[in-house]
Design a protein around this ligand. Structure first.
Ligand SMILES: O=C(O)COP(=O)(O)O
Ligand SMILES: [Mg+2]
Length: 227
């Protein structure tokens, strides 16, 4: 029997799964770097560092130029600048991946409840989902700072399962990175991965999952075929 049999809800990741947000990160990070007299960096560099939340990202971005002591000394100034820049352009340069709206629509039509769990701060996440027309699909949304621990910790996924009154085996996680897969494994949720996002520069095939789906629509079709 497939691990997807009996699935009643889906937890969908945001960055790299629903939206290609690297162009937003790029503008916001380089805006911050300019304020600190640091040279711009490329989208490819940024894609390697996205996935473990804002604090990690800013520490990595500053660590390209500075030692740990200097990063620490300037961290708060950098974070304030980054958040200001990000909020001023949030969503303006990011785009939906193919099959996202179709996939979410199909999952809903199949009777699944949907949650969005992202490591993006909730203050960025809420307006972004709205701007992109995604907010109406989700019963629950957790950002990286909504709960005491973020992915790859299982807590956000376990919280969704509790919110929905479902066992982890009934809730599939869909994401683009090892953070999503590790969180799902630790929570006991089945997990599907998409190959087009950001996985810290690692091929998605190297990440342990229950299947790789080309789009969210393919995820919906695969789940339906087992239920
Ligand atoms: O902002 C991040 O660090 C990654 O966010 P995600 O969990 O939506 O991929
Ligand atoms: Mg992601």
């Amino acid at each position: 029997m497939s691990v997807l049999a009996g699935v009643r809800a889906a937890i969908i990741d945001l960055d790299g799964t629903m939206l290609d947000t690297i162009p937003d990160f790029h503008v916001a990070i380089n805006g911050m770097r300019a304020e600190l007299d640091l040279a711009p960096i490329s989208q490819d560099q940024i894609a390697l560092m996205v996935g473990k939340g804002s604090e990690n990202l800013i520490r990595s971005v500053l660590g390209l130029d500075w030692d740990a002591a200097r990063v620490k000394a300037h961290f708060e100034t950098a974070m304030d600048a980054y958040q200001r820049h990000y909020l001023s352009i949030n969503g303006n340069f990011s785009a939906l991946y193919p099959g996202v709206i179709e996939g979410l629509t199909a999952l809903k039509a199949q009777g699944l409840r949907l949650a969005c769990v992202t490591n993006k701060p909730i203050a960025f996440t809420t307006p972004l989902l709205k701007l992109k027309g995604l907010d109406g699909f989700f019963d629950v949304v957790y950002g990286g700072d909504s709960l005491p621990r973020k992915k790859p910790d299982p807590l956000p996924l376990q919280t969704v399962c509790a919110d929905f009154g479902l066992a982890p085996a009934q809730v599939v996680a869909v994401g683009d990175s090892s953070n999503d897969a590790q969180a799902a494994r630790a929570a006991g949720c089945p997990v599907l991965t998409v190959p087009y996002g950001y996985n810290h520069g690692e091929a998605i095939h190297k990440t342990d999952s229950d299947g790789i789906v080309a789009t969210l629509l393919d995820a919906a079709i695969l789940i339906r075929s087992h239920n």
